[in-house]
Each structure stands twice: as structure tokens, then as C-alpha cells.
Design a protein around this ligand. Structure first.
Ligand code: HPA
Length: 292
């Protein structure tokens, strides 16, 4: 990574201090909303919202379907901050910019990060519209050396060599399974391995076959960097993938994925996904004593 990409602790702190001066909310939970899944933020009570363009130091989102604002408010009695629109590597952001909000959240006092994304399925048993609880990830860009933690380590956030086993919180995954049963949507629920690829192109058939052979259940173009940075600074992490398409693995399959169909399916199942996240937030243990 080039030094121009380095962001200092002070830079994160300045953004956090600005936000703390603009809102009374002191969130313990942050939610990153994936493609077409931003409506969750609209349901927050007593909202304070900030377009990314107004927040000092914040990157700007460029993807259709991502509104680009930070929304603070109450969800089922818990104080949350929601990213309506995330930053992707393929937009040309450095990975430290992509994950900038996560460290800002840490400085706001956030302890739990919830990530949602749209993903294509590789697992043969998955269907379009399924919701996958992320159990683990394969970070392809990370394996190739594209890592938001590259560069001098900031010990104030976490260790130089952070472990990546057990990153997706077991208790929250179990709670989500229980909630899906109570909601009567367990037939759509899956639990599996998410793989991040760089994008912006969807996978070739040979790439899809490779991922399938590697044991990937769902593939997308986000999430791993934010999760990595959250885990590095000690946050509890929970993630959901909405399966918007089956990845084409067969040369005689006429199906072809496009961004519009991804957004269509997001709309179809987004209410279920949002209800699931709300219930999860409502039932999770949170130290909600408003001390950042
Ligand atoms: N591949 C990669 N990213 C995606 C896909 C896919 O098939 N669907 C939604 N995001």
C-alpha cells in the first residue's frame, strides 16, 4: 500500500468527534446495508441522518441502489448506526477508505457490527431468495495481498497479526437461526461460507467452478474487508447474505446474471431480511448505557 493511502488515528477520530457533536445517539451496534437492502435504516426511530458528502473524511458511494448516508436511531430499543450504501474496492477506493467507517464506528463506541450483502450462490442446494448466515469467509483479495490492514499496524485498534478463526459470532448465528424459526422463514435460511472477489465483473464459468470446488457457498464483492477491520479492533461480527442469483457453473446454462436482477431479488426478500436483523438487534445483549 502506498503511504498516500495511510489514514491516521487522528483522521478517524476527527470524523468520530464530528459525528458525536452532531447527534445525541451513542450507538453500540452498526449495520452495513448491502445492495438493495438499505430500507432497514428507514425504519430507525428518532433518526439523525448524514449524507456521506456532509461527513468530514468520509468516502463517497457511487453504486446504483446505494443511497449513501449514515443513519443513527433506535431499532427495537437499541441505539444503532446504519450505513445506507457501502464502499467497494471495485469503485476504486483503497481498502483503507472502504473500511474507514468501521474504525469510526469503533471510536463512536460500537461493539457489534452487522453486515448484509447481496451474493450469488455456488452451493447446489441454495435457491434465489435464500438468506445465508455467514459462518466464515474466504477473502480472495486478502489472500492475494489486498488487505485493509496492510501498512504499519495501529496498535490502538488491534494486533499486527489478528486471528480470523471464529470471527462470525457463534451466539449471534444461533440466535438468528432461532429467530428465523419463530418468524416461520427457516425454509429460506442457510448457513455457509461467503467468498469475496474483487469484481466488478461477475464470475466466469471456470471461476465459478473453482469457487464451488473450494467449498464456497456464496460469492460477492464486499464484506470481507469491513469484517476484517471490525474483528481486528475487537468488534463482535454477524453477517447475512441475500442470495440474489445462482452463479452459472455450466457451459450450456443460458442464464446470465446482471445488476438489475440482483436488485430485483433484493427487493423481494429484503423485508424478511430486515425483519430478521431487527429481531436480532432487539434480542442481542448490548451494553446500552450510552457511554462512547
Ligand atoms: N457474483 C458476485 N457478486 C454478486 C453476485 C454474483 O453472482 N450476485 C450478487 N453479488
Amino acid at each position: 500500500m502506498h503511504s498516500k493511502d495511510q489514514i491516521s488515528h487522528d483522521d478517524y477520530q476527527k470524523t468520530a468527534d464530528w459525528l458525536l457533536s452532531q447527534t445525541q445517539h451513542r450507538p453500540k451496534v452498526a449495520i452495513i446495508c448491502g445492495s438493495g437492502l438499505g430500507m432497514l435504516a428507514d425504519g430507525l426511530k428518532c433518526q439523525d441522518s448524514f449524507p456521506y458528502a456532509d461527513i468530514p473524511g468520509f468516502p463517497q458511494s457511487t453504486v446504483q441502489g446505494h443511497a449513501g448516508r449514515l443513519v443513527f436511531g433506535e431499532l427495537k430499543g437499541k441505539t444503532c448506526v446504519c450505513m445506507q450504501g457501502r464502499f467497494h474496492m471495485y469503485e476504486g477506493h483503497s481498502l483503507s477508505k472502504t473500511t474507514f467507517p468501521v474504525r469510526v464506528f469503533k471510536l463512536l463506541g460500537v461493539e457489534t457490527l452487522i453486515v448484509t450483502n447481496a451474493a450469488g450462490s455456488l452451493a447446489d442446494s441454495y435457491n434465489t431468495g435464500d438468506i445465508m448466515i455467514i459462518k466464515d469467509h474466504i477473502n480472495f483479495p486478502g489472500l492475494a495481498g489486498l488487505n485493509p490492514l496492510n501498512g504499519p499496524n495501529d496498535d490502538k485498534f488491534g494486533p499486527r497479526f489478528p486471528p480470523m478463526s471464529g470471527v462470525y459470532d457463534r451466539e449471534l448465528r444461533r440466535l438468528a437461526q432461532d429467530i428465523s424459526k419463530t418468524m416461520g422463514v427457516s425454509q429460506y435460511m442457510q448457513e455457509g461460507v461467503y467468498c469475496m472477489v474483487g469484481g466488478p465483473n461477475f464470475e466466469s464459468i471456470a471461476e465459478a467452478r473453482l469457487l464451488h470446488r473450494l467449498g464456497v457457498d456464496a460469492v460477492g464483492m464486499s464484506t470481507a474487508p469491513e469484517v476484517l477491520v471490525a474483528s481486528h479492533c475487537g468488534m463482535r461480527v454477524f453477517g447475512l447474505s441475500l442470495i440474489t442469483n445462482k452463479v452459472v457453473k455450466c457451459y450450456d446454462d443460458p442464464e446470465c446474471v446482471d445488476h438489475e436482477s440482483v436488485l430485483e431479488v433484493s427487493k423481494l426478500r429484503s423485508q424478511t431480511l430486515q425483519a430478521l436483523v431487527s429481531e436480532l438487534v432487539g434480542r442481542m445483549d448490548v451494553n446500552n448505557n450510552n457511554t462512547a
